[in-house]
Design a protein around this ligand. Sequence first.
Ligand code: G3P
Length: 219
Amino acid sequence: MKFFIDTANLDQIKEAQDLGILDGVTTNPSLMAKEGIKGDENVKNHYKTICQIAKGGEVSAEVIATDFEGMIKEGEILAALNPQIVVKIPMIKDGIKAIKYFSDKGIKTNCTLVFSLGQALLAAKAGATFVSPFIGRLDDISSDGVELIHKMSEMYNFYAFDTQILAASIRSTQHIIQCAEAGADVITAPLDAIMGLLNHPLTDIGLAKFLADHKKVNG
Ligand code: G3P
């Protein structure tokens, strides 16, 4: 199972990379805007920096265009920045055509904004490398995001699709665990949700006892 961090914040990417468990980074226009990254050149340079920090990890860079030609043009520019780049394309009609185009050329894609099994099927048929179901946003509207991961996992396994399920819009540590149980190939999550996996009160209590016992004997 791969771990991606869902941010464009360089310090957070470094911190996750330093932990030694990071396989990649996902960004989107909202996350880039949150870091104040604007203008084509600045955006491209930011992606290059992220690729350097992520040391060989897969880095999703999202196209802004929503027409086929525009997505191809932008995607080719993004893919040329670094071999680590995965072109992130929205789940729309021209997006499916663009995913098929890039898939035929051997360029990795991440189909984003996926909310249904039908969309997940279409993206896999088009040859997407990753498909990103947004589980938190499904939960927001009283739907079951994790259940979609379960169903996608069953479907992709049944038909032996190579497409990887990239569970996105993760809001908590518990979401990560639920996605792991449901068969996600990849989770992308904020840093605090990833770091939350470290915590258990019995670990803290146990370590304090070990250290106290050691000190009793060794001074
Ligand atoms: O991975 C997709 C993510 O960035 C969207 O998250 O919390 O805005 O639904 P959220």
